[in-house]
Write a new protein. Structure first.
Length: 973
């Protein structure tokens, strides 16, 4: 598989060279070509690429754009998929529900600023970057990625600004169009309809209105095989352990202890290894099923009051509502001390220096039937009001906007669990036996088999009791030792953005400075976060019966039938179980989750998830626009500076104590910071075809509150004092000094060969701080824990413990790291249409782009810094053929391996994702002058997504999405 990807990358480079070679004969012909700005009459794919090229050339800084085709569409699965055709953009496929967030220029999507027609707006962000799958692309006319940011641009993006553009009403043509579509997903065989209606009307030449409404039903899924846990082979239950595996384990020391970093066994010799043998001990096959709808709309009006004054209003709305989304998991767990593992292959040495087995027989495993209702909603809407006055000397513009957004994720987890039992005289415990093989580095070889055909999970007999003295937590237990689980986290974020902005520009004639521009902006942002964790407390446990467990609907259709998965698959009938378990009994002081369960206050989801963050922002900038000649070369540019001040107020739910006895109180903290952001962008027109761009500018990013969580402060008593976890309320934005250089050769109309390099020096990333002496102010953060002082490297309080000693304060928090992180990269773009060739080759065109990004830096602890989710190399190859009757476009997208952070339900080190390529095709056919048929096919190469840890044989997760096909008919009026 790896070799195939390398060949794919070589093929991309070879084809790119071919584009340049084919285009070369046209260079000599350019003397008879039309001037560069002469209109090129094109439609469809050719039009979209020509429009994007025109936008790129007109800009001063480095930028790239995508434009809707002649059918008012982006022929991609969603906005994120469309954006990845731009050099430097990578879509994040680890997100299960086509959320389509992206990375830009070697940085995660949270380092980019997303704007709407150049204005900040509330995007439906829960954590990380904005889910671009929350928008229907049919409402946008173009999307620009502004990589070099001027003083006049909205601040807040280190990697760049992503501007979602909606063409104003007065710039549109009169008329209407309707598009009706159907989508088919091969995985699950789901059909879903969609419809878009759009219309524009001019009342004379001064007033125009338009509206677009797009409705789409969504029904798709992702099948996954997970290996969340690798644990050590049990030394007591493994058959013939001493004779087979003792050489891989260390002996105990003379005092009976096991040396640090070693894994010991009574029979261990350490002859081959002292760290034992690891095996995949938790295996899950699961389906993330998505069902819901997306409604997106925009309504706008423009009025030209006079030849100099124009006003406009635009309302936008997008709501992605997925109420039927759920995950169905069959979890087979081998970690119990009574589970017998009998390896069927010799241990192999992996890249991390440890030994593994990935093929074994098993007896007495734990088997969990788990169903998780995971409805979510991503909504945003807002109103933008604009006005502009312009004459030969002045341009005065104003904008007033208000927007609000919601991202709500609801999870209710119900499990019925068949636990491992004491082995007893039969030696089989719960009686389940079978065999397993992970497939190694090829999931096609995956095999999981149980020897019995009867259901693996059946026991729902009561009575069910809570094992805790004070009922709490997620678990109920029955007399047979089996478990019933109620769990799941609810997370929601509501945010609003209100801003007013005024820009004034004074034009100068016949001067090196074409204009002087300044602006003022005031903005109020509010982000309200809530979080709950469901528990089993108060459920109607007496109603649990045999109807809770059913055969999974995916048991006969999983992973494209390409692997030997476990078909004996039980799950929970969620709707039936919910009707029996609720309403719960709610006691005084308890509260309900969104799902109707009793909240678990001891869980971090509740404590860390409740806070409000308010930002009052004032900003001013001054910028000179340059347009002059230097040594006969036209030089255009922007030189300016922006000053921005932020007053931040955070109200958090702080906790004292732990568990059910914890107490909570609201705490408000205020901070203020300022940023001075200079910017210099220059574009030199070296000839009528050659443009050199340079940029040097400073930018910053305010991290999403959930990315720097916890914002709450917790205090927990210990035997010798207190443990204090500080809320990260004093974290300031990351800042960056950025530099761009780009050389662009517009060799002919519709053609471009460009090469860009960039460097970003980032300061202020969040780093954990655990040195008590650094976090030990005398006033003790006002927590009421006495006066603090440092003795050696330990923080003490004037309070005393029960034994009379000074209370020790073990404090941890976070700081803005003083160590720089440097991102460097390069981008190559080639775009050509071959209309200079004889027919039929004159209808051919295409593009190739390649991006490289590298990250260097160290954490405070000295480890190498890693930005998760970013590939070092990525590329796109696009070929299209278009006539007046039909058009077809083929796209191959490739990105090499990248790293993910450790965490979630996965134990162990950070994971990597294998290199992946994907082949997509789009086509259109004009049935008449007004009716067009469109066909799109995504992931025709039927690719998977594979995570591994260190060694590709140590697989952690494999995802399969299948292929997607769309058919649309568009009629214009």
């Amino acid at each position: 598989m790896t070799h195939a990807y390398r060949k794919g990358a070589l093929a991309l480079m070879a084809t790119a060279s071919l584009f340049a070679i084919i285009a070369a004969p046209a260079f000599a012909q350019d003397t008879t070509e039309a001037p560069k700005d002469e209109a090129i009459v094109v439609t469809g794919f050719k039009k979209s690429y020509a429009d994007a090229l025109r936008m790129k050339r007109a800009a001063v800084g480095v930028s790239d754009s995508i434009s809707s085709d002649g059918l008012s569409r982006f022929p991609d699965l969603n906005v994120g998929e469309a954006l990845q055709r731009i050099p430097g953009v990578q879509v994040n496929r680890e997100e299960d529900s086509r959320n389509a967030s992206i990375n830009l220029r070697g940085l995660p999507g949270s380092y980019a600023k997303i704007t709407l027609n150049g204005m900040n707006f509330a995007s439906p962000v829960l954590g990380g970057s904005a889910p671009l799958g929350a928008f229907n692309s049919d409402i946008f006319s173009a999307i620009s990625v502004i990589k070099s940011v001027s003083a006049a641009d909205q601040p807040g993006g280190i990697s760049g600004n992503i501007d979602l553009q909606i063409q104003p009403a007065l710039s549109r043509k009169d008329g209407a169009w309707v598009k009706v579509s159907s989508e088919y997903n091969t995985l699950g065989k789901y059909f879903t309809p969609s419809v878009t209606v759009s219309g524009t009307h001019h009342f004379g030449d001064r007033l125009a209105v338009f509206g677009t409404v797009a409705y789409r039903e969504e029904n798709f899924r992702r099948d996954s095989i997970h290996f969340p846990q690798y644990t050590t082979l049990n030394t007591t239950t493994t058959p013939n352990f001493a004779s087979r595996f003792a050489d891989y384990y260390a002996p105990f020391q003379s005092n009976g202890s096991c040396a640090s970093g070693q894994v010991c066994a009574a029979s261990g010799t350490g002859a081959k290894s002292t760290t034992g043998i690891l095996l995949p001990s938790d295996i899950r096959q699961g389906v993330k099923y998505n069902e819901g709808n997306l409604l997106t709309g925009v309504f706008a009006a423009d009025y030209k009051v006079s030849d100099n004054l124009k006003v406009g209003a635009m309302y936008f709305y997008s709501n992605r509502d997925m109420p039927l989304t759920a995950t169905d998991i069959l979890d087979m767990d081998m970690r119990d001390g009574n589970t017998i593992i009998d390896p069927q292959t010799a241990p192999y040495l992996a890249a991390d220096g440890r030994y593994y087995v990935d093929k074994y027989n098993f007896t007495n495993p734990r088997v969990f039937a788990s169903y998780r209702k995971e409805a979510f909603k991503q909504m945003t809407n807002g109103l933008n009001l604009t006005a502009e006055y312009r004459n030969d000397d002045w341009r005065i513009s104003g904008a007033l906007s208000w927007s609000e957004a919601e991202n709500f994720g609801y999870q209710s987890q119900l499990d019925v669990r068949n636990t491992a039992k004491p082995l007893g005289s039969s030696g089989t415990g719960n009686g389940l036996t079978g065999s397993f093989y992970s497939g190694g580095d090829n999931i096609d070889n995956f095999a999981f088999k149980f020897n019995q055909s009867t259901a693996l999970v059946t026991d729902t007999s009561g009575p069910w009791t809570n094992p805790n003295a004070t009922p709490s937590g997620p678990v109920l237990v029955n007399p047979n030792g089996n478990n019933f689980i109620v769990a799941g986290s609810d997370n929601a974020a509501d945010n609003s953005v209100g801003n007013v902005q005024v820009d004034v520009e004074r034009f100068f004639q016949n001067a090196w400075m074409s204009s002087l521009q300044f602006g003022l902006r005031a903005e109020k942002d509010e982000y309200v976060s809530t979080g709950y964790r469901g528990s089993v407390v108060g459920v109607q446990a007496q109603n649990i019966d045999s109807r809770f467990v059913v055969q999974s609907e995916f048991a006969g259709d999983f992973f494209g039938e390409d692997v030997n998965y476990q078909r004996n698959w039980q799950t929970v009938d969620f709707d039936y179980a919910l009707s029996k378990l609720q309403p719960v009994t709610l006691l005084p002081g308890q509260r309900l989750t969104y799902g109707g369960w009793v909240n678990d206050p001891a869980d971090g989801t509740f404590t860390n998830g409740h806070y409000t963050k308010k930002d009052d922002i004032t900003s001013a900038y001054l910028m000179a626009k340059i347009d002059t000649e230097v040594l006969g070369v036209r030089v255009r540019g922007h030189a300016g500076v922006r000053q921005e001040t932020t007053k931040q107020v955070i109200t958090s739910l702080d906790r004292t104590g732990s568990g059910l006895t914890a107490t909570f109180k609201l705490n408000t903290r205020e901070t203020e910071y300022s940023n001075t952001l200079p910017s210099l962008l220059l574009a030199a027109d070296l000839s009528d075809k050659l443009v050199l761009r340079l940029g040097a500018y400073q930018t910053f990013v305010r991290p999403n509150p959930r990315d720097i969580s916890p914002l709450t402060t917790t205090v927990t008593s210990t035997t010798d004092g207190y443990t204090v976890a500080l809320g990260r309320v004093d974290i300031e934005p990351y800042t960056s000094d950025s530099y761009d250089l780009s050389l662009e050769w517009y060799n002919r109309p519709g053609g471009l060969i460009a090469f860009a390099i960039y460097k970003k020096e980032i300061l202020g990333q969040i780093q954990a701080e655990t040195r008590d002496a650094v976090l030990c102010p005398a006033e003790g953060y006002g927590l009421g824990l006495g006066t603090w002082s440092v003795d050696g490297d330990i923080c003490y309080s004037t309070l005393t413990t029960n034994t009379g000693g000074r209370a020790r304060i073990d404090v941890n928090g976070a700081i803005n790291s003083p160590l720089p992180l440097t991102v460097t990269g390069a981008e190559l773009s080639i775009q050509q249409n071959f209309d200079f060739l004889p027919a039929p080759w004159n209808n051919l065109g295409g593009a190739f782009n390649y991006s490289y990004a590298d990250v260097n830096g160290r954490t405070v602890a000295g480890a190498s810094a890693v930005l998760p989710g970013v590939s070092r190399n990525s590329a796109n190859l696009i070929v299209y053929y278009e006539t007046t009757k039909f058009g077809i476009r083929a796209v191959y997208n490739y990105r090499d391996k990248y790293d993910l952070a450790a965490g979630g339900t996965f134990a162990g080190a950070a994971r990597s994702v294998k290199a992946r390529g994907q082949f997509d095709v789009s086509a259109s056919y004009n049935l008449s002058d007004r009716i067009t048929l469109g066909v799109d096919a995504f992931n025709l190469s039927d690719e998977r997504r594979t995570e591994y840890e260190g060694d590709e044989r140590k697989v952690r997760r494999v995802d399969y999405d299948g292929r997607t096909f769309q058919v649309s008919v568009r009629a214009s009026f």
